[in-house]
Design a protein around this ligand. Structure first.
Ligand SMILES: [Zn+2]
Length: 215
């Protein structure tokens, strides 16, 4: 019980801290939200979207799942994406992976975990597509990090292929898609691909990913 009570206490401290400088902070945000960013990240507790990017309440629309997957059959993700793009009109959609991702690690191994194995099938597919490149990486940790990167790039591609993003681009080149990785070891974000704002940039992304085979 003590841990739960701690959350309420910390919440009160946070509110006191914010309203000390801006007494109307919460009232101003009560009527509407106008976030510029939609963040699609991993559910991992070490990767809190708002904390690691330093945004305030109201700035970021967030969807998180195991291993930051963008799947065309995921009604939850698609609903968030549609609302973010068509109603909130977010300027940027970010896919953010992270090193030491347990979901990616599970997908790279042979052990069965049950339901989550189905969820992670896309990462296995990514590993198969890049099998030659991955086999050439002798160091286990480097290979693990490379799969985390490839997984993010694949999800940016999946995002671009959704009818929601395709329709938005036809309407006027918004939103821009971005792929990044959070390094749990030093707390820093690394950019993988930025400013994907049309199908020509998606083609470049695919080409870049292909060229990396043989690194
Ligand atoms: Zn993860």
């Amino acid at each position: 019980m003590e841990n739960i009570r701690r959350l309420f206490a910390q919440n009160r401290d946070l509110v006191a801290d914010i309203t000390k400088n801006d007494p109307e902070f919460f009232k101003k945000r009560a009527g509407k939200q106008e976030p510029h960013f939609l963040f699609i990240g991993c559910a991992d507790s070490r990767v809190p979207a708002e904390t690691l990017t330093g945004v305030a309440p109201g700035e970021m629309f967030v969807h998180r799942n195991i291993a930051n997957q963008v799947r065309s059959v995921d009604l939850n993700l698609l609903s968030v994406l549609q609302y973010g793009v068509e109603v909130l009109d977010v300027k940027h959609v970010i896919v953010c992976g992270h090193y030491e991702c347990g979901g990616v690690k599970a997908a790279m191994g042979d052990q069965n975990y049950g339901l989550v194995d189905h969820w992670l099938a896309g990462i296995r597919d990514t590993c198969n597509r890049h099998e030659q490149e991955l086999q050439r990486i002798g160091d286990d940790d480097r290979r693990f990090r490379r799969v985390v990167d490839l997984n993010v790039l694949r999800q940016v591609y999946n995002l671009a292929r959704t009818p929601i993003v395709q329709t938005a681009w036809k309407r006027g080149r918004r939103p821009m898609l971005h792929g990044m990785v959070y390094d749990i070891h030093d707390g820093l974000l690394k950019e993988l691909v930025l400013q994907v704002d049309g199908n020509d940039r998606v083609a470049e992304l695919l080409e870049t990913t292909r060229r990396s085979i043989g690194d």
